[in-house]
Ligand binder design. Sequence first.
Ligand SMILES: Nc1nc2c(c(=O)[nH]1)N[C@H]1C(S)=C(S)[C@@H](COP(=O)(O)OP(=O)(O)OC[C@H]3O[C@@H](n4cnc5c(=O)[nH]c(N)nc54)[C@H](O)[C@@H]3O)O[C@H]1N2
Ligand SMILES: Nc1nc2c(c(=O)[nH]1)N[C@H]1C(S)=C(S)[C@@H](COP(=O)(O)OP(=O)(O)OC[C@H]3O[C@@H](n4cnc5c(=O)[nH]c(N)nc54)[C@H](O)[C@@H]3O)O[C@H]1N2
Ligand code: SF4
Ligand SMILES: [Mo]
Length: 665
Amino acid sequence: MIRSVCGYCGVGCGLEYSAESLIGNITYPTNEGSVCSKGASELISIQTSTRLLRPHYRKSIKEEYRIESWEKSIEIIAQKINEAPKKKVGFYLSGQLLTEDYYVANKLAKGFIGTNNVDTNSRTCMSSSVVAYKKSLGADYVPVRMNDIFKSDLLILVGANTDEAHVVFHNQIKKAKKEGLKVVVIDPRYTDTAKSADVYLPIKAGSDIDLFNLISKRLIDEELYDKEFVKNHINNFELLKNKFKRAALTKMLKRTGLSSTEFEEFFDLYKRSKNIITAWTMGVNQSVQGVDKNLAIINTHLLTGRIFKEGNGPFSLTGQPNAMGGREVGSFSNMLGVGLGFDERSIKAVSSFWKTNKISKKEGVSATQMLDAKLDVLIICHTDPVYHLPNRNRVERLISEIPFVVEINAYENSETSKFAHMKLPATPWGEKEGTQTNLDRTITKQVKLTRHSIDAKHDWEIFQLIAQKLGFKEFFNFKNSKEIFTEYQEMTKLNSYMDIAEANYDELSMIPYVWGEKIDNFLTPDKKGNLHFVENRLLSEKTSLKYPFILLTGRTRDQWHSGTKTNLPTTLLKHKELNFCEMNPLDAQALGLKSGDDVVVSSKRGSLKTKLQITSDIREKMIFIPISNREINYLTNDLLDRESLQPDYNHSAVYIDKVYELYKN
Ligand SMILES: Nc1nc2c(c(=O)[nH]1)N[C@H]1C(S)=C(S)[C@@H](COP(=O)(O)OP(=O)(O)OC[C@H]3O[C@@H](n4cnc5c(=O)[nH]c(N)nc54)[C@H](O)[C@@H]3O)O[C@H]1N2
Ligand SMILES: Nc1nc2c(c(=O)[nH]1)N[C@H]1C(S)=C(S)[C@@H](COP(=O)(O)OP(=O)(O)OC[C@H]3O[C@@H](n4cnc5c(=O)[nH]c(N)nc54)[C@H](O)[C@@H]3O)O[C@H]1N2
Ligand code: SF4
Ligand SMILES: [Mo]
């Protein structure tokens, strides 16, 4: 029997592999033996016919790919990097990479090539939370653990569909409910998560700031905040209080679309609850005011002292298996590494640790702006930006203009591969080993379960080969992932609050290590939490007569994003269609549409075809299309949050047309 960990979502379930089958690890703290359909089928996805098995190269994207040797491929990459000005080289990474992959790529790019254009798809996912945690708590630190729900009285889920996106955590929520936990779900869709809640608030998309400001204002007005805690541990209270004096309560409530009875019932439960956790995901982060939405939520915890206490806290749930590991390594373009930035002291410390003098002081470009940076060389690893970035027509145009694009992928059927010059085959989950950090700071280890495909290489190995070809062999001579993890552990010592050096690599698949457990106070210089006054500035794309619907996008339980791993010919993963569009019965009636109709959905930027499903689970004037429809981002707008640079995926204005038979042919 071998123990490993699931490579899909941020819950990070422990697995057991024996006699060629995969089951949940019963002794594992976060899942206690249970797994969802994706985890259970992960072995099948290694064996699909769509695996990328050889390096491929073409000089221009108009040509067909042909098979190339590893030796020659790496030589071409090194030559292109050498020819390009440093600031014209970019690395587009992923929250699905292992910590060791992230570490080698980050060290190579920032430390030795001298470009800080290293960013990750996590920019589209939880960069708003990273910024908000830093502003309010003083560091990117998640102060809640999953098992805190068993010590809590109230769990507020905002813009999070745990029933489909964090399945095994959702099972734990149901268990905690039996022990008395109350659950409130705030979502414009009556999701399966909402159906299992005690209270459901059908909020209008984009109005969470109003709702949480209402809570904060009432806490202050009714003197329900923790005066002692605020006095001793919190900055900016008077400022917030004064700003709220002028806040128009009725207008705020109106914008949420909730009735005052709905709000009062909820607030009553809030007042009666001793311990409260607020957890959120993409309904909050993916917004042109994603940081502000996070801050509005965090404010309620700072006011009531519901932080750094068991069963309490603001809990951003990460989606990808190692999005947290990426944050820890420091793979955002505005971070150097291990929580350090580009100030002189940090650069000095990291330069001396890596034994280099090539680190640039200038922040790099974010993933959401990398295609605008007129790069000469773009290396994309373990992610599919053509599929996932907003406003795809624009993305396709921009990526086509980059002279040399390398895609490192374990599968051959990504959308990005249509725009790359070189494709390099990576070993996927099951064929490799390395560490990942789940959504509550738990570091675990994936281990190798099956034979390694002959011509595929580990992601870190590919970065190391590039480094060696560029002449940095002395600094990139890792024999295995343990050696990389050990060096990374040493580096984390540069940051006083990261106690990752205490983890024991050899034990991690059996005994996970949770870092940051000793942190029990704010990490700001004055050790105080910062309140921030934020307001809904209504910056998202507006609906109009021509584009009357707001498009919401999101996950379904059995599909993983673009589906290279989950869109399989197996009945295990068939819970929902890949391509559908949910609409409220009243809207459908007004448009003369019925369930099953083929429709075209269009925004100002593009359109796609889909099939209508009529359901009262969605509010009027909104539609929902799952991101398993690979064309989803032809519709979405490319507005970004000004601080986190995260896209506003959930607020695009669209219209719908029926596809007439003639048009269909
Ligand atoms: N099955 C499956 N699980 C996954 C993934 C997957 O691809 N498939 N991906 C993983 C990843 S990377 C991530 S980031 C997580 C995402 O996890 P979730 O964010 O829980 O997943 P989404 O389906 O995007 O759900 C977002 C919810 O926000 C709601 N929403 C939209 N706009 C608003 C708004 O303005 N306010 C509020 N309050 N709600 C709003 C939507 O209706 C939707 O129900 O899932 C992870 N887990
Ligand atoms: N409209 C809309 N767009 C969104 C979102 C949304 O909610 N709505 N969500 C955003 C979010 S939160 C996220 S996280 C992104 C996700 O978007 P992506 O990261 O683009 O989605 P995936 O399909 O998971 O892409 C992972 C890629 O890695 C490849 N791969 C699998 N295993 C390996 C391996 O071991 N090594 C390598 N090198 N490659 C491997 C897969 O084949 C796949 O092509 O989408 C973002 N885009
Ligand atoms: S809940 Fe997430 S980590 Fe657990 S088995 Fe499912 S996909 Fe894997
Ligand atoms: Mo994500």
